[in-house]
Write a protein that binds this ligand. Sequence first.
Ligand code: SF4
Length: 676
Amino acid sequence: MSEIEVLLGESSAAAQKIPQFRSRPQQIEMARAVNDAIATDTGLIVEAGTGTGKTLAYLLPALASGKRVIVSTGTRHLQDQLLQREVPTALGLLGSNASVALLKGRANYVCPHRLDTSLRLGHEPVLQAELRRIQAWQARSRTGDLGEVLALEERSAVVPMVSSTADNCLGQRCSHFDSCPVYRARGEANEADLIIVNHHLLFADLALKEDTIGQVLPGVDVILVDECHQLSALLPAFLGTSLSSRQLLEAPRDAMRELRLLGDSDGLVLNAAARLEEAVNELTRALVGAAGGSAPDRLQQPAVRALVRRIDGELAELAAALERHRDRSLDLTRCCERMLRLSDRFATLSEPVEIAGQVQWFEVRERGFVLRVTPASFADEFRRWLDLAGATWIFASATVAVGGDFGFFQDELGLGDVRAVRFDSPFLYEEQAAMLVPDQLPLPSSDEHCERLVDYCLPLLRENRGRTFFLVTSYAAMAEVAHRLSSAPGIGSICVQGAMPRGELLAKFRTSERAVLVATYSFWEGVDVRGTDLRLLIIDKLPFLSPADPVLQSRERAYRQAGEDGFRRYALPRAAIALRQGFGRLIRDEQDEGLFVLGDLRVFSRDYGVVFLQSLPHMPVLRSCERAVSLLKARPAGAGATGVSEGDDAEGRGASEHSSGVGDSLRTSTRGETLG
Ligand code: SF4
């Protein structure tokens, strides 16, 4: 028996130590593949379907190898989960005492210097009390991780007052350096055998935009990237050059803060900062209004150009006004240096440019804009990072292939020569799930689509007594669905994304009567509601990116220039992966069962629909609401799994013709190997 089977087999250590553990051949095979990749120092891409147990399958061989390992995952929440759950389990199974460190971005740690100066500045009573509360917590905290502060919202206005950025950190010249949580966490990571990071941290460092784990990287042997399907969407933020309006406004704010601490308020600085803020806000509005054409075209528009010139002027005036205070403190010296850097970068990025192989674009967000120039293709740069790191790279996800094909992921990231393997989910989707595609809905482009979909689903929501995720692709759709549901009789609690923090919203969903959660993309991933609390999943339409999305435009253009079909090479596979992620919320373990409603007829009426069908698990497909209601009625929650599969028979020949998988094709990878 191999060491992996001893750890994960039927009568393994895991079976004895982990409650409700089930030995799964897919998990054992995946652990073997990861083990081989590490032993032979060859890269690996792994797709392991939901329920495979992929985290243990990569952690066990990685920790058993005795090598230094970085595990990168999608969010800070998943980092915490790894540290608190999976890593201790893996160490326990191995009887290992490997050291483990958790490393987050600097905004997650308290900055004693900024907390100190914020307290000294004094604020209105509520804010000052909040700062004192953080000060009291800091004195007790071992990590300085702001996530430990009770009820401190991630987006609270107090967070930037007590945390640092790469721009405003004083580094080794800071009087708090020796006790600084940011540098203490980095020091611990330097010593650890296993370092848990997130993608933002890892790739910001590889792109040399930060230097959080730069010292650690040269000594690392294995880099495991979990949730790797997120990379193609994340990478544009790290490649090339960027500048945000937040950066432009923070520098003068920090300078004024420091002047106040020194007992000054220089009128020249104050006035120039106020004018800059006004011009930046106007530019944000102008960029929203500058519709049509490419980013360089829009930056060329007269109203935008006038504002760019105004901001250039205000930045120069601010820099000159601040220069007179440069030597008064270390913070002011840093502010002067920042102003000059920002001024240069703004001048470069706001100038419309057409450079071969580069794409200029901007994003307009709730509170400002980000100007960017990035490479048109990420593959070469990403490949260069991989080679520079000099480690064995392993990429894992539950949804990285499209219709069994890894081509999209491999091509986007330059990983065409990296071995790719798939391990199917152990779930019996044919028995645990069914898909309903309503046949009487208008196409999603119709103004009536949302209204008609909600009306269509009301009998299902009532029969299911809520317990539904209604996932949509835009904020406008979210608002409309929530509005229509709230006025429909027989519908219980409507839990709308943004109404409260995510954790509280999910708790409300679980504990409320007949609850329906209405949310956009941020709930399509990383949400795990098991059992009978969630039995109905509605997705409004196929999740294509907006045609105005600048990354989509640039990637499609790059493919077209290479003589390829940009839609099929980029937009389609990205949407198929997103749909797989959304669907993945419904069936979370072997006992779960549920109905998936896809409100988009294009999955059958367009030739590309087959790509989505082949990417979803094989399950019965229904076309009428009445059949779906009967199915839910026949299978009240907790009655077992076979009821859902009855829908296939009951639906007759039509249903089997529309089976979401195409025969055995889901089990055959065209560019990877299927081992599960
Ligand atoms: S070193 Fe940087 S992050 Fe640490 S306390 Fe000083 S300014 Fe803050």
